[in-house]
Design a protein around this ligand. Structure first.
Ligand SMILES: NC(=O)c1ccc[n+]([C@@H]2O[C@H](COP(=O)([O-])OP(=O)(O)OC[C@H]3O[C@@H](n4cnc5c(N)ncnc54)[C@H](O)[C@@H]3O)[C@@H](O)[C@H]2O)c1
Length: 297
């Protein structure tokens, strides 16, 4: 174990979807929590701070904690470069830098989007395959992983990067309301599997640096979770078989066949790949792509 006492954990992005689920879970275990988010939504337990700006007002909260779970990010897959450069790259580097002052472990919330380019290919998705992001968001998560490797090798900071699948707000029930067809549903991550993996990531001994897939045990999925099981003792309790209407299944089969066999089909881009990421976007507005992307990060 990283610690023999009940751990103190700092969660960044604590007001968000995963932050709220983890707060509930860790509180039920009696763990002490420090919570940071750029938006506190009126919750006095949350320390309000913009992590893209390194500032002693928040970095001092990294002292005396056993682990940092770094969730804070711009999470829209259609976010442009400038937004992810700030909230994902600069903020993550600031968090790793602040972590040098105290905790022995950082758990970094990476994303399945690092591997989105494999959607229309075959084979198991292990974390030693070459990454294939298709948007600035995915690239920013890949940089977050690389920063973790750097801070481990240079400063000995222990870091576990989870390539998180698809976890919905609220009840988080899997089903056809999830985006991106089979690809989306086969990366479902239940609340209790999320909480178990994060708990293990805080407590497990002897991990220097690791990149691990984090999804539930969904029958038929390509995501490989063997390393997650072996390294941190993850034992997923849930799994869901995709449910898709016949029309969507046919569309998926045709798209997949076309992408594999006809080069012209690869010039077509689904909305989430066709965004002009260089253009500044108003991220407070929902975009047409949002219907494809909602909740899927
Ligand atoms: N939910 C999923 O399915 C999923 C999938 C893959 C990866 N992830 C990753 O997990 C993490 C949490 O995801 P989520 O679904 O809870 O996202 P979310 O958008 O609900 O929460 C992110 C939180 O980060 C905060 N934040 C953003 N920029 C900040 C900054 N500069 N300083 C401080 N706080 C900032 C936001 O206010 C928000 O509360 C993210 O890093 C996301 O990329 C989530």
């Amino acid at each position: 174990m990283v610690t023999k006492h009940l751990p103190t954990v700092l969660i960044t992005g604590a007001s968000g979807i995963l932050g709220q689920k983890l707060r509930r879970h860790f509180s039920s275990l009696g763990w002490r929590l420090k919570l940071i988010d750029i938006d506190d939504f009126g919750d006095p337990a949350v320390i309000k701070a913009d992590l893209s700006v390194r500032d002693e007002a928040w970095t001092r909260h990294c002292i005396g904690v056993d682990a940092i779970i770094h969730l804070a990010a711009q999470t829209r897959p259609d976010a442009p470069w400038d937004a992810v450069a700030r909230s994902n790259v600069a903020a993550t580097q600031n968090v790793y830098e602040a972590a040098r002052q105290g905790p022995r472990r950082v758990v970094f919330a990476s994303s399945n989007w690092v591997m989105a380019g494999y959607r229309y290919r075959d084979g198991k998705l292990t974390t030693d395959l070459p990454p294939a992001p298709i948007n600035p968001y995915g690239v920013s998560k890949l940089i977050g992983e690389s920063l973790g490797r750097f801070y481990h090798e240079r400063w000995g900071l222990s870091t576990i990067c989870f390539r998180i699948g698809y976890c919905l707000p609220g009840e988080n029930l899997p089903g056809q309301w999830m985006d991106l067809g089979f690809w989306g549903q086969l990366m479902w991550l239940s609340d209790r599997d999320l909480c178990q993996a994060m708990e293990r990531a805080v407590l497990v001994d002897d991990v220097g640096f690791a990149i691990l897939n984090l999804v539930s045990d969904n029958p038929g999925m390509r995501w490989d979770i063997d390393a997650t099981r072996t390294l941190i003792g993850y034992r997923p309790l849930d799994g869901a078989i995709p449910v898709l209407p016949l029309r969507t299944r046919m569309r998926e089969a045709i798209a997949s066949l076309a992408r594999r066999n006809f080069s012209f089909a690869n010039t077509w881009r689904p909305p989430y790949e066709a965004v002009d990421f260089a253009a500044p976007a108003d991220l407070s507005q929902s975009s047409p792509e949002r219907c494809d992307l909602n909740g899927h990060r």
